[in-house]
Design a protein around this ligand. Structure first.
Ligand SMILES: Cc1cc2nc3c(=O)[nH]c(=O)nc-3n(C[C@H](O)[C@H](O)[C@H](O)COP(=O)(O)OP(=O)(O)OC[C@H]3O[C@@H](n4cnc5c(N)ncnc54)[C@H](O)[C@@H]3O)c2cc1C
Length: 311
């Protein structure tokens, strides 16, 4: 393994950390040790890091903010690349924002408002990076990021730069084609419209207030809504939280994992929860809803097994 560390350093100029606690990099505060860990701060570094692991076929997994992940208690048996590539540019002639995939959503929202650009207000308060948001088509208040994506730049497994248009990304409810074929997103172009700054600020304030009333405070360890809202056969979407509440979810607990009393679709870590606790509680919740409504809730939170790889 000494060879891999030296090879990586020579290829990227980045020193790998060893045996890093993944609980520090997930909002769930859960996860064992990553064998190797590295943080990249530009898309150039991201390309070099991914290129290095692909060339020696070393298992890797790319994370953004870790706000939608459940790491394995056994950790990760490869390299975790944490993406902090942060550049944001306004391509004024084309009316597009060009953002690095590691940019946090909140600075991107603020940047758009500062330029008087409308369209990203619904993202206010959603934690995480642009890359993570595109992967899972994050959204709120009936809108999602996929609607704003004009195109993304991918760095493929064949180590080629590929541009994918919005129509090729297959965006759906908390879905993009990246969930079928997990490729590395380097950058995105977001198409926005001109808007009035004070109207945008007002709208953002309103969204943040609505979120504050519904969601657990930031101090609570969770990964957002645990399950997707199921879509019934007539196309109607039902709130998973409501189905869970009606199925007796409130008060359910396994070890350190519990249902958040204020909103039954949030599973929280009370302190000391393991991934096993979370998964066991989630399974019991799925069974309770299935018994009552004949529906099987699908996880929105992504479990990262110790032997996962994006190779
Ligand atoms: C309190 C709270 C509230 C939340 N509210 C919402 C909400 O209202 N709406 C909503 O949709 N979500 C919500 N979430 C979930 C979370 O914020 C989103 O899913 C967010 O988009 C995750 O981004 P991330 O950078 O943290 O991704 P991570 O959790 O780090 O990763 C998620 C997935 O994206 C992949 N990924 C990340 N970056 C890239 C990249 N550059 N290229 C390819 N794949 C990549 C990862 O490999 C992983 O599979 C909430 C979470 C919390 C904790």
């Amino acid at each position: 393994m000494q060879d891999f560390e030296q090879f990586f350093l020579a290829e990227t100029g980045l020193k790998l950390k060893k045996d890093v606690a993944l609980s520090d990099y997930s909002s769930f505060k859960i996860g064992g040790l990553a064998r190797y860990f590295v943080e990249v701060t530009s898309s150039d570094q991201l390309v070099k890091a991914v290129s290095a692991v692909i060339s020696c076929r070393f298992p890797f997994y790319l994370i953004g903010g870790g706000y939608n992940l459940l790491f394995d208690d056994a950790g990760f048996n490869g390299l975790i690349i944490r993406n902090k590539a942060l550049a944001i540019n306004y391509l004024s002639k084309r009316g597009l924002l060009e953002v690095d995939s590691g940019s946090d959503l909140q600075p991107v929202v603020r940047f758009a408002v500062s330029k008087g650009l409308k369209g990203l207000e619904f993202l206010a308060g959603i934690p995480g990076t642009v890359g993570g948001a595109i992967y899972g088509n994050a959204g709120a208040f009936g809108q999602s990021i996929g609607e704003k994506v004009s195109e993304v730049l991918i760095f493929s497994r064949e180590r080629r730069f590929i541009t994918l248009k919005q129509s090729e990304l297959g965006f759906g409810y908390r879905f993009s084609n990246l969930k079928k074929d997990h490729q590395v997103v380097l950058k995105a172009l977001l198409a926005l419209e001109p808007g009035d700054k004070s109207d945008l600020e007002h709208q953002i304030k309103d969204y943040l207030e609505q979120r504050r009333r519904k969601h657990p405070p930031r101090s609570v360890a969770c990964a957002g809504s645990y399950f997707k809202n199921p879509v019934l056969s007539d196309g109607q979407k039902v709130a998973a939280g409501l189905l869970l509440e009606k199925s007796g979810a409130r008060g359910m607990q396994v070890g350190g994992a519990a249902v958040y009393p204020g909103h039954c679709n949030f599973i929280i870590n009370l302190g000391g929860a393991t991934a096993r606790d979370i998964k066991e509680l989630a399974r019991r919740l799925q069974e309770a809803v299935h018994k009552n409504f004949g529906l099987w809730l699908e996880e929105e939170v992504i479990f990262v097994p110790a032997d996962a790889s994006m190779l």
